[in-house]
Write a protein that binds this ligand. Structure first.
Ligand code: TYM
Length: 324
């Protein structure tokens, strides 16, 4: 049997370089390896765990799928679907929640961060976030999950839930592992923390044009002089250089060490390299935007295929738990 893979991205807006390098690149790699059966969704139900706008959610969940397709996710190779259209995820999440303590969920760093960000919205849905994510994965008995490093606490929780279910109810869930890429942690353009949609000025979108990217990269704070210790912003630039133009990484490092590096030259080089990778994705996106029926059909087919698999798992769990 093929090894199963599942991943998802919340519908909070268009994808940025952190999502692309940390998650989508790993999704692509596993999709193109015939040893794996890949399930990729837009996590629209996870989006309601923090304050959101209804119309924006409706729009954004489609944008994520269009971003997936333009980045190269292929409906011939992967099941591409919408989480909310497979209600078995939510049903399974409730069953799984019976083996999880409240204390355990409250201690997760991801929960604490979100409560800090939205102190008025420490809801049950937010507390349940990792359980729903576990259900997403276990509904397909997926053993591999392409995600960035920030999702590791959730995967740790998923492994524990899988273990408990197997022990208590004799299920056969795998212990899901993250599948990481070279870009597992993409820093913010501001030079502080990680690239994130919720921090203005920290990210580059997959849809940004050359001039927008140039403006954003030029704004990355750098030290006044070349040589010596690298500032946070400069370290960020060198990370981009390594990811988008590895062949010129050595040359720029040398220039930096010798004190002759012109920051604007480095920045413009990185800008061109990023755009070179994004341009074909943007061209594909423009084409897809003209054919909404095609996208609708992919989502509908994906939903059906995903649901078939998830239904089977839920049926099994219901039987093992004495509910059927
Ligand atoms: P989300 O929407 O926050 O992020 C989507 C993916 O992008 C990765 N990512 C990054 N990787 C590297 N550097 C960054 N700066 C960066 N920012 C974001 C995230 O690690 C993630 O892989 N919980 C998930 C959504 C989800 C899911 C799932 C994932 C729901 N169910 C089941 C896998 C399996 C999330 O918050 O994604």
């Amino acid at each position: 049997m093929k090894k199963r893979v599942l991943s998802g991205i919340r519908a909070t807006g268009r994808l940025h370089l952190g999502n692309y390098l940390g998650a989508v690149k790993g999704m692509l790699e596993l999709q193109d390896n015939t040893e794996y059966e890949t399930f990729y969704m837009v996590a629209d139900v996870h989006t309601i765990t923090t304050p959101y706008n209804v119309e924006e959610l409706r729009k954004n969940r489609r944008e994520v799928i269009v971003d997936y397709l333009s980045a190269g996710l292929d409906p011939e190779k992967s099941v591409i679907f919408q989480q909310s259209e497979v209600p078995e995820h939510m049903e399974l999440a409730f069953y799984l929640s019976s083996v999880v303590t409240i204390a355990k969920m409250q201690h997760l760093p991801t929960f604490k961060d979100k409560v800090k960000q939205y102190p008025q919205h420490a809801t049950m849905a937010l507390l349940n976030y990792p359980i729903l994510m576990t259900a997403d994965i276990l509904a397909y008995k997926a053993g591999f999950v392409p995600v960035g490093i920030d999702q590791e606490p959730h995967l740790e929780a998923a492994r524990e839930i899988a273990r408990r279910m197997n022990q208590d109810y004799n299920t056969d869930f795998p212990q899901p592992q993250s599948f990481k890429t070279e870009g597992e942690y993409i820093p913010a353009l501001t030079g502080k923390g990680k690239m994130s949609k919720s921090v203005e000025g920290s990210y580059i979108n997959l849809t940004d044009d050359l001039e927008t990217i140039r403006k954003k990269i030029r704004a990355v704070p750098t030290a006044d002089t070349s040589g010596g210790e690298k500032s946070e912003g400069l370290r960020t630039l060198f990370i981009f250089l390594k990811l988008f133009s590895p062949e010129s990484s050595g040359e720029f490092e040398k220039k930096f060490e010798s004190g002759s590096l012109q920051f604007v030259e480095l920045k413009d080089h990185i800008t061109e390299a990023i755009f070179k990778e994004l341009e074909p994705i943007q061209t594909d996106r423009k084409r897809l935007e003209t054919d909404p029926a095609f996208v609708d059909k992919i989502i509908k087919n994906g939903n059906e295929k995903a649901r078939e698999v998830a239904k089977k798992t839920v049926k099994e769990v219901r039987e093992k738990m004495g509910l059927a």
